[in-house]
Write a protein that binds this ligand. Structure first.
Ligand code: ZN
Length: 332
């Protein structure tokens, strides 16, 4: 495992040398964060938030910031999207450390992880399909496949498991897995390893110490912590940023026709992201260069200023009166 990590990270970082900011932060204290977009389309404002938040927290902590392309779900991956995302990050001055990791190249590692869970008795084959039950999986195949059925998926046992998490933005969260999610799929019927398994294996192998991402993933975090524990892996720190939602409360995404930010001038876009994250950028920054803006942002970044909300309307003033307290909290 260690040799694999060093192989992937030892090479000269693609753009570290040309990144003047990295020179100021050479004394990494072991913090390692990441941004892990799915290449399902171009970056929109919602994904910029996660990129900016994770980047600033890493730089503020004089740590490293890695980029991973979560392209495990081949059918959802859009050709060319990964390269477009990386080009957009560079255009915005979001320079990463090390080589970009592509999940699609790492299925052997996920297979190893699944095998370890299977050997420890944590998984079972399941012959059910989605139409066999509503909501939480009722445990039909937990003690063996129903006669006449063949295994379709592999599920992870959650019996009696309750997970508590101290999130740097959302506070203390608690989830009882049996009632909330049930035994969950870790290898799908099409053979693709589930997102939860892949991210847990990757984050551990790449030494990620802190995960800063959108609050839409908060509910899946207890499943990932459960997997970390069963695999004997460390649990990183978590900070779930509010997600940007449109006027009707839908998360900005390709599916909700959020506009790509490609082509938007970089400085105002980063300023918008800083404002969204509660960092109160100074007016004078509107005339700053991108480098000056990032220097200000790194020096002034405070995670505790990020609104402790799951969601915020974007653009502002659409559904909430401009200047009023941000009030688009989704249900817990
Ligand atoms: Zn089943």
């Amino acid at each position: 495992m260690a040799s694999d990590t060093s192989r992937q990270l030892a090479s000269t970082p693609r753009n570290r040398a040309e990144n003047p900011r990295f020179a100021q932060t050479e004394s990494a204290r072991g913090y390692r964060g990441r941004f892990a977009p799915s290449p399902t389309g171009p970056l929109h404002f919602g994904s910029i938030i996660a990129a900016v938040g994770s980047y600033l927290q890493a730089r503020r902590c004089r740590g490293e910031w890695l980029v991973r392309i979560d392209d495990l779900d081949g059918p959802r991956t859009e050709p060319g999207a990964a390269n477009a995302i990386l080009a957009e990050l560079e255009r915005l001055g979001l320079y990463w450390d090390g080589d970009v990791c592509y999940q699609s190249t790492r299925t052997e590692r996920y297979r190893d992880g699944l095998e370890r869970l299977r050997e420890a008795g944590w998984t079972f084959p399941c012959g059910c399909s989605r139409k066999d039950f509503d909501g939480v999986y009722p445990g039909t195949c937990r003690d063996g496949l129903v006669p006449g059925r063949r295994a379709r998926t592999r599920r992870m046992r959650v019996c009696g498991i309750s997970v508590e998490l101290d999130d740097a933005v959302q506070g203390r969260c608690n989830q009882r897995l049996p009632e909330s999610v049930g035994d969950f799929v870790i290898r799908r019927a099409d053979g693709i390893f589930a997102y939860h398994l892949a991210v847990v294996v990757d984050d551990a192998e790449f030494g990620i110490t802190d995960i800063v991402r959108g609050a839409d993933l908060l509910d899946s975090t207890p499943r990932q912590i459960h997997l970390q524990r069963c695999l004997g892996l460390p649990t990183p720190g978590y900070a779930h940023l509010p997600v940007a939602v449109n006027a009707v409360g839908q998360k900005l995404s390709k599916q909700t026709y959020a506009e790509p930010v490609t082509g938007n001038p970089a400085v105002p876009l980063v300023i918008d992201a800083l404002e969204f994250l509660g960092q109160q950028p100074e007016r004078a920054l509107n005339d700053a260069s991108l480098d000056e803006l990032w220097s200000w942002a790194i020096a002034h970044w405070r995670m505790e200023r990020v609104p402790r909300l799951r969601a915020i309307h974007w653009p502002p003033g659409q559904a909430v009166p401009h200047g009023s307290p941000i009030s688009a909290k989704l249900t817990d």
